[in-house]
Write a protein that binds this ligand. Structure first.
Ligand code: KE4
Length: 432
């Protein structure tokens, strides 16, 4: 009997599962949110990626938001090559680290000093420790549906992988570690007021995604952020904006500038490394100076400030720092979001979308608005899974989970958007 020739990705997945848990190095990649086997990619250029079977896709994951300039942007690749020929790393200070920290502080409201780390998780974990060390308090407030990496203290009711896998927290996180974490409803003022009325003087910090991207894309409401800023200031708690995803995506000053609200600390990742492993956290000098070796709060990292990642990050920021960049990205985001809504409407499919520059959230729900985790979970995840595969077959790679965000890059030009919208029109009609 002629054996059915499996696509190379399917073969690769079988091999990977022998030596990597679940065959992947990050859970969301395993397609458990949409079914089927993950696609293995071999190369990327601009808005497109190519899998190991030679199939091309228009990519709306972009390494989860890192590739705002598209894949293999020449200036970033060249910066990496040049640095790699000099040295891969020292575990000692380099001029480039100071240059990147200076650039970040120069663009981000309220940031006087920055510490570079290696991932978004490291950034949020370190920012929490710094906030607790600076205030001498233990309580942390987070919001349902916001994901801040796999930090023990924040892995409860998180978005992204945890939400997709339906694990409200995770085994292995000791009760004592989450005892001091409060998990409130996003965009809702009553729980914020009640929590600060009851616990204000004990709260070290509030951490949130000011533009959530891990329960689908849900921007905070201005009134909600304003209240958080007021209540944290009044109670001596710190406000931490987790901008690992939104930083340098929605604008050169991030969500803080977008909303005109200055946090006490901000966490960063993804775009500031041009796609290479990086994270950072920064904020007011009087807070940051509590970090070792200047202060008592310990934080460290062998590869923190690695020159290759920093070179890629500097090149990425150079490409962003032009007046037209965000204007063009916002215009393309608007074109795409509008086209997707029109396509769903013509297929008589219930669809809500949220969007900010460079980010689109798709919610297959009849709700008139999606403003928090409870709204987001009314999304029809089975319908999303069908949409995902209908689009994949048409050469468009969406996030393999209903609770992620579509990322638009500078490389998604009008032709790319037109091709994408043709695929959405056909896919919506197929799945209705
Ligand atoms: P990393 O440790 O994955 O670099 O960053 C964690 C993190 C922190 N904060 C926010 C707002 C984030 O979005 C993330 C990571 N984002 C997910 C995408 N939804 C990463 C994808 C994955 O987990 O594989």
């Amino acid at each position: 009997m002629k054996m059915l020739k499996l696509p190379k990705s399917a073969e690769a997945y079988i091999q990977a599962q022998r030596v990597i848990p679940g065959g992947v190095n990050s859970p969301v990649r395993a397609f458990q949110g949409v079914g089927g086997d993950p696609v293995y990619f071999a190369s990327g250029s601009g808005a497109r990626v190519t899998d190991i079977d030679g199939q091309d896709y228009i990519d709306y994951v972009g390494s989860w938001g890192c590739m705002i300039h598209g894949h293999s942007a020449p200036a970033i690749s060249q910066a990496v090559k040049t640095q790699a020929e000099r040295a891969l790393g020292f575990g000692a200070p380099t001029l480039q680290e100071t240059a990147l920290a200076t650039r970040l502080a120069g663009h981000l409201p309220g940031v006087d000093a920055v510490r570079l780390v290696n991932s978004g998780t490291e950034a949020t974990m370190s920012a929490l420790r710094l906030a607790r060390g600076f205030t001498g308090r233990d309580l942390i407030v987070k919001f349902k549906g916001c994901y801040h990496g796999h930090v023990d203290a924040l892995l409860l009711g998180a978005g992204s992988g945890v939400l997709t896998l339906g694990i409200p927290g995770s085994p292995g996180v000791p009760e004592g570690v989450v005892r001091d974490t409060l998990n409130l409803a996003y965009n809702q003022l009553d729980e914020v007021d009640a929590t600060f009325d009851a616990h204000g003087p004990r709260i070290a910090a509030v951490i949130l995604e000011p533009i959530a991207g891990n329960m689908g894309c849900i921007p905070a409401q201005a009134e909600f952020l304003k209240r958080l800023r007021e209540r944290t200031k009044d109670s001596g708690s710190l406000l931490i904006f987790d901008e690992v995803m939104s930083g340098f995506r929605v604008g050169i000053g991030g969500a803080a500038a977008h909303f005109g609200i200055t946090p006490d600390l901000v966490t960063l990742g993804k775009i500031i490394g041009g796609g290479l492993p990086i994270g950072a956290f920064g904020g007011r000098r009087d807070i940051m100076q509590h970090l070792a070796p200047e202060g008592p709060v310990y934080q460290a990292g062998t590869l923190s400030g690695n020159p290759i990642a920093v070179a890629a990050g500097l090149a990425s920021l150079d490409l962003l720092d032009t007046p037209k960049f965000y204007e063009q990205l916002a215009a393309h985001t608007e074109t795409l979001a509008t086209g997707i809504k029109d396509a769903a409407a013509s297929a008589c499919l219930p669809l809500q979308t949220n969007q900010v520059c460079g980010m689109i959230g798709l919610f297959l729900t009849r709700k008139s608005a999606v403003q928090n985790f409870a709204d987001a979970t009314t999304s029809d995840t089975e319908a999303y899974a069908k949409l995902f595969h209908a689009m994949l077959r048409r050469g468009v790679y969406l996030a393999p989970s209903a609770f992620e965000t579509m990322f638009v890059s500078a490389a998604h030009d009008q032709d790319t958007l037109d091709t994408t919208l043709e695929a959405f029109n056909a896919a919506f009609k197929e799945i209705r």
